[in-house]
Design a protein around this ligand. Structure first.
Ligand SMILES: Nc1nc2c(ncn2[C@@H]2O[C@H](COP(=O)(O)OP(=O)(O)OP(=O)(O)O)[C@@H](O)[C@H]2O)c(=O)[nH]1
Ligand SMILES: [Mg+2]
Length: 178
């Protein structure tokens, strides 16, 4: 598998996406440090939000084959300046998360990612499994075994065990503690 680094603001769903790509149950806590031991390098959102930490993202991107700019379909603004993708020395892809969310605005998130120059752009829901198969096939290299054999298996709804509360879920009666 090509190694991918996931960058994006806090709560945009990077850790959840990492778990969805690996096929296990979704069970996570706040990311406290850069986890780089795996084919998915998971970073804390603070690194994308804080200029003094952002340099670390650039350094860790050298350990990856692909940079994934992650943006949630529920985000009210984009962190990414236009045309940042060419600054990386790796291919940069865009990943929209939380496409299943009742407050999702997927077309807007896609537009923001297009502005960065990221290509291709994947639309995902880690909860529902949407887009997971497409990303895995993008990262797949000859001889790799994927956690699933078919798209249908890869895109099955996931079991979610989490007590992480999402601030943007305030007021939505179906989304309290998920
Ligand atoms: N509806 C929906 N919610 C999601 C999805 N993925 C993640 N979430 C929610 O988003 C919240 C944040 O998810 P995380 O994966 O921890 O986000 P993160 O980007 O790793 O956050 P940091 O580690 O703080 O940078 C969780 O409370 C989940 O409930 C998804 O596919 N659909
Ligand atoms: Mg995280």
């Amino acid at each position: 598998m090509k190694k991918i680094i996931l960058c994006g603001r806090s709560e945009c769903g990077k850790t959840t996406l990492r778990q969805a790509l690996k096929g296990g149950k979704i069970q996570y806590e706040k990311t406290q440090y850069i986890n780089h031991y795996d084919v998915v390098i998971d970073t804390p959102g603070e690194y994308a939000e804080t200029s003094s930490l952002a340099h670390a993202l650039a350094l860790y991107s050298y350990e990856a084959d692909v940079v994934g700019l992650v943006i949630s379909a529920t985000e009210p603004y984009s962190l990414y300046p236009p045309a940042i993708a060419p600054q990386a020395t790796r291919p940069v892809i865009g990943i929209v998360t939380k496409a299943d969310h009742p407050c999702a605005n997927v077309p807007l998130a896609i537009e923001w990612l297009k502005l960065t120059g990221a290509d291709p752009i994947f639309v995902t829901s880690s909860f529902k499994g949407e887009g997971i198969w497409a990303i895995l096939n993008y990262l797949k290299e000859p001889g790799d075994m994927l956690p699933w054999e078919t798209k249908e298996d890869a895109e099955k709804e996931r079991e979610i065990i989490s007590t992480k509360f999402e601030v943007s879920d305030f007021g939505n009666k179906d989304y309290h503690w998920i």
